[in-house]
Write a protein that binds this ligand. Structure first.
Ligand SMILES: *Cc1c(COP(=O)(O)O)cnc(C)c1O
Length: 385
């Protein structure tokens, strides 16, 4: 179906940070194929985990115990401070799980017509509930009627949420991205998550964090909220968790997770042995190769270099980021297109027509970072209006 405006290029294989087309031309994957391949392409540990597991068994169904799923749940809970996990195949489904869980909590607390506070420029997925929670015109337009139960406030504005508390007694949760991804790499004030945590505690609301994009080491800690010394009640992740293998997770505190009873929620594929073996290899590699620290280190150098070299480029209005999640904001729409990147050997992504989104692989070397920076700066010079 005509759901994607596709680039006229097809990659036939990949190697670390690089994607290679049918003619053997190499492109630097500046976005880890949308924050999924944090360990790069064809990583030996991932190849080994997938092939070994495919030889044993790929799928056994959630009708029985899945040891690898239990191991993955245990590790993710240890890393997140949460107590229980549900596995899905995508970020949208992980968020759908969070929303259903929140609704169960509201039901048990006898809150009629519960509301989840969501943000301007949010992106939570493309299922019916998650696009209703999202704030993007193309994602929502023409799909009415939308599921109800969401109320929107500006991102990075705790005052607006306090205001809502005065007028709405039926709020049950706040759902928010620690850094907005698809909304334009929007980084809130340093105290934002802490203030949200305090607000949620005051009003007995749940704090649900969407770490589908920010999770798995991307921002320099395994989850972005770990930069802020808070703990959510629910956290979702997906993209980087499987390094290209479709897998998502919704993690929650025990007291909340226990509202789900057998039969209330499920997934045919979610958390199957193949996906879990892959995710376990991803977690092991992130740990062994200290990729969170690498993301911090490379992110700082990349951000500084981009800022420094774009000083004399008046059409670059802002370079912002945290770890390896960086946005280059241009002062007008449609100045740079993804096709322009290809001419410089870069596979790039543009958000909302005016922001180049960089999510390079966590395994990027110093040489690769410097090469990518040079190419990006040349591209920006060439596109100068
Ligand atoms: C990509 C993304 C989603 C949706 O994930 P899918 O796997 O495409 O369903 C949800 N939330 C955030 C923050 C995302 O970046």
């Amino acid at each position: 179906m005509n759901t994607y405006a596709r680039l006229p290029i097809a990659f036939t294989h990949g190697e670390g940070c690089w994607l290679i087309d049918g003619n053997g031309k190499r492109y630097f994957d500046t976005l880890s194929s949308i924050a999924t391949c944090g360990l790069g392409h064809a990583h030996p540990a991932i190849i080994a985990a997938i092939s070994a597991q495919a030889r044993r068994v790929m799928h056994t169904s959630n009708l029985c115990c899945i040891t690898l799923q239990e191991e993955l749940a245990t590790q993710l809970c240890q890393m997140s401070g949460m107590d229980a996990a549900f596995f899905s195949n995508s970020g949208g489904e992980a968020n759908e799980t969070a929303i259903k869980l929140i609704r169960q909590v509201a039901h048990h607390r006898q809150i009629a017509d519960p509301l989840i506070v969501v943000m301007s420029n949010a992106f939570h997925g493309r299922t019916m509930a998650t696009f209703a929670a999202s704030d993007h015109p193309t994602v929502r337009h023409g799909f009415d009627p939308l599921p109800i139960g969401f109320i929107r406030v500006p991102y990075n504005d705790c005052e607006a949420i306090s205001e809502l508390a005065r007028t709405h007694a039926n709020i049950i949760a706040v759902l928010v991205e620690p850094i907005q991804g698809d909304g334009g790499i929007n980084i809130p004030d340093p105290e934002y998550l802490q203030q949200l945590r305090t607000l949620c505690d005051q009003h007995e609301w749940l704090l649900a964090l969407d770490e589908v994009q920010t999770g798995n080491g991307r921002t320099g800690t395994f989850f972005a909220y770990q930069n802020e010394e808070i703990e959510p009640d629910i956290v979702t992740t997906a993209k980087g968790l499987g390094n290209g293998m479709p897998i998502g997770a919704c993690l929650a505190r025990r007291s909340i997770a226990d509202y789900f009873q057998p039969g209330m929620h499920g997934s045919t594929f979610g958390g199957n042995p193949l996906a879990c073996a892959t995710a376990l290899a991803v977690l092991r590699t992130i740990e062994e190769d200290q990729l969170c620290m690498r993301a911090q280190y490379q992110g700082k150098l990349l951000l500084n270099a981009l800022r420094q070299h774009s000083e004399d480029l008046p059409h670059v209005s802002k370079v912002r980021g945290k770890g390896l999640m960086i946005g280059i904001q241009l002062d007008r729409p449609n100045l740079v297109h993804m096709e322009d990147g290809l001419k410089y050997g870069l596979f790039i992504n543009i958000l909302r027509n005016d922001t180049i989104r960089l999510l390079p692989p966590l395994i990027m070397t110093d040489d690769e970072r410097e090469w990518m920076t040079r190419q990006l700066i040349s591209l920006l010079h060439q596109r100068s209006p």
